[in-house]
Design a protein around this ligand. Structure first.
Ligand code: GLU
Length: 513
């Protein structure tokens, strides 16, 4: 068994935007496949037509692409087990459902939705909960209670039958989960799940999932914790089919929790606290839109790094890890059992680290388009230089414009609070004097400007911070931006002098100084 080539699959249902919990599942599958030189498959589980949402499949594929998760086989790339969309594999499943009936592991059930509803109500009224299991399967209209002729007759005349799994009575099912260890569940707590529905000629999730994992030679099933309750049924299905020898190993991943803990991270939490829970912007067919990490200004490397560490650790205290490093260190044994809280501040911290490391040309492309959107024409060289100066301060790519617009456009007003705080005493006169010194200077490199300003301040015994802040107010309009001498070097002598003089003209030189 250990000889088998590692094959894992990400098997989302196209029911809407892919939640970041789903992206993390895809990522762990991908890291595991790469770590072991195996294959990563994308299978679309779209047998529940009632929950199908147009556009969701494309969204999933685009999200994986943005994250740098490469699909080896599956929807959008093809492969030896094609098709990879379950709705296109329809005719495969009935045969397997019938095989289980044949072997005595499943049976036909003919009850209608109304009959079941009535039964449910009856049980409720008597203070019990209704379960379709061994206690009722021989009294309801099923192939276990009806004669063979009657069963044949009903199948011939109607399309309202389903095939249900015949859950063994009172048996302990022992399972091993790589994350949780051994788990034992008694079958008396489980019901007879529907495997196949004649009405739409489609299998349910359980049957299609097991049959496809088998046919696609999946070796490890890595998926969200919400599927743990289905594990006993899945393990029994492998037994029923006689596929135990090649049954995949299972790993159920812990939930992503709200920032405050307690409960699964939802879109509502994101809306409430102002962060995305989806990788990309999503426009639902209903018109509703949800924000995405990409559009909110996150780099995919940062997003992936942050996500990888939510529920897994490399076994040491490394935090910044590239995809290659994640692949090299990944193991399911280091996945934690308990849920991982999503921390929006930490997500931003990761992004800031990656922006700092990005090359200036890359950032300049982004800043250029933001400038264009504001109708600002700028010299490419200057944009690149500005990026080198501001990237230390950026947490989101969307902030590049706000962090740098003053480089390209002179301030039109001056922040009131900053003015009150610094535009007083000898400071305005110092700004005016420095403007003249600059005007007379032939060298406006940052180093020369720095020297000029410092010498003036020292010679006149002025308060350094106060004068610097006044210069900043005059050049930027508020208290933000990189070093004064860097700003002057970048915008040039003429522009700098003009801005300093304009501030003095507009704000004046207070008399009490
Ligand atoms: N279609 C299931 C989902 O949407 C797949 C679960 C599994 O990986 O077995 O999550």
């Amino acid at each position: 068994m250990s000889e088998r080539r590692v094959r894992v699959r990400f098997a989302p249902s196209p029911t809407g935007a892919l939640h970041i919990g789903g992206v993390r599942t895809a990522l762990y599958n991908y890291l595991f496949a790469r770590r072991h030189g195996g294959d990563f498959l994308l299978r679309i589980e779209d047998t529940d037509s009632g929950r199908f949402v147009p556009g969701a499949e494309d969204y999933i594929i685009e999200s994986l692409k943005w994250c740098g998760i490469k699909i080896d086989e599956g929807v959008s790339v093809g492969g030896p087990c094609a098709p990879y969309r379950q709705s296109e594999r329809k005719e495969i499943y009935l045969k397997y459902a019938l095989e289980l009936v044949e072997k005595g592991w499943a049976y036909y059930a003919f009850d209608t939705a109304e009959e079941l509803e009535a039964l449910r109500k009856e049980h409720e009224a008597a203070g019990r909960t209704f379960a379709y299991n061994h206690s009722v399967r021989t009294t309801l209209p099923t192939s276990l209670s009806l004669s063979a002729d009657e069963v044949a007759e009903r199948i011939k005349n109607g399309h309202n039958w389903v095939i249900r799994f015949k859950m063994p009575e009172n048996e302990d099912v022992h399972m091993v989960d790589i994350v949780r260890g051994e788990v034992t569940i008694n079958t008396s707590t489980l019901d007879d799940k529907v495997l196949y529905k004649a009405a739409d000629e489609l299998p349910t999730y359980h049957l299609a999932n097991i049959v496809d994992d088998h046919l696609m030679e999946i070796t490890h099933v890595i998926r969200g914790e919400e599927w743990l309750p289905s594990l006993p049924l899945h393990v029994l299905l492998y037994r029923a089919f006689g596929w135990e020898d090649t049954r995949p190993a299972f790993a159920h991943l812990p939930l992503l929790l709200k920032p405050e803990g307690g409960g699964k991270l939802s879109k509502r939490d994101g809306d409430r606290l102002g962060f995305p829970v989806f990788p990309l912007l999503w426009k639902a067919p209903t018109g509703e839109t949800s924000r995405g990490f990409r559009e909110d200004g996150y780099l995919p490397e940062a997003f992936i790094n942050m996500l990888a560490l939510m529920g897994w650790n490399p076994g040491d205290d490394r935090e910044i890890m590239s995809m290659e490093e994640l692949i090299e260190s990944f193991s399911l044994e280091n996945v934690s059992k308990s849920g991982a809280r999503f921390n929006p501040e930490k997500a931003k911290w990761f992004n800031a680290q990656y922006i700092k490391k990005k090359d200036d040309e890359f950032l300049a492309d982004i800043l250029s388009s933001q400038l264009k959107a504001h109708n600002i024409e700028a010299d490419r060289k200057e944009v690149v230089k500005v990026c080198s100066l501001i990237k230390e301060r950026a947490t989101l790519l969307t902030e590049l414009y706000d962090l740098s617009n003053f480089f390209f456009v002179a301030p039109e007003s001056y922040d009131e609070k900053t003015t009150k705080k610094f535009w007083k005493n000898n400071n305005p006169a110092a700004v005016s004097a420095i403007a003249s010194l600059l005007e007379a200077s032939s060298d406006v490199t940052a180093a020369a400007v720095d020297k000029l300003i410092h010498e003036y301040i020292e010679q006149n015994a002025l308060p350094m911070g106060q004068v610097m802040n006044s210069l900043r107010l005059a050049l930027v309009g508020e208290s933000k931006g990189p070093g004064i001498s860097d700003i002057i070097e970048t915008i040039g002598k003429e522009e700098s002098v003009a801005r300093l003089k304009k501030a003095v003209a507009v704000l004046g030189i207070p008399q009490e100084a």
